[in-house]
Design a protein around this ligand. Sequence first.
Ligand code: SME
Length: 163
Amino acid sequence: MTAPDRATTPALLQIDALLNHLRGRQALEEVCRFLRSSFSHYPWVGVYRVDGTDLVLDAWDGEQATEHTRIPIARGICGQAARENRTVIVDDVRSDPNYLACFLETRAEIVVPIRHEGTVVGEIDIDGNSVRAFDGSDRRFLEAVAAKLGAVVVHAAGERPPA
Ligand code: SME
């Protein structure tokens, strides 16, 4: 299943509305919750923030917490998206040696960089429960969401001391 384009324009408008009245981590948490509740093929949604040579989990929504709350940029699919400054879609995590396992159910993953003033400051990470869960419509939609989150991630970074 994918995020059909006809469903994503209203979703982007709703995200604009959320971002109009929330800031920082609270805004990121609401965006994660909104994405998960709007699209059934997004069962776990997280936002990582770049912190030096690591990615730190700033917000998430899903049934279970992940043990990967801090990931070196050198590792994982999350690290790959940040290093290569591009969206990474993995159709089947079981055949990707870079994959860092979080949940038994996960079969596919999409990671979308969040940029601020041209630099990667974070990323949206979504785990899917079926092989090939994500396609170009998810990429387009999530890249449009990520484009709204650069300043929000930077604001979140200033809300607490480095972990
Ligand atoms: N699977 C990711 C780690 C983060 S969890 O999916 C939440 C990776 O390979 O980088």
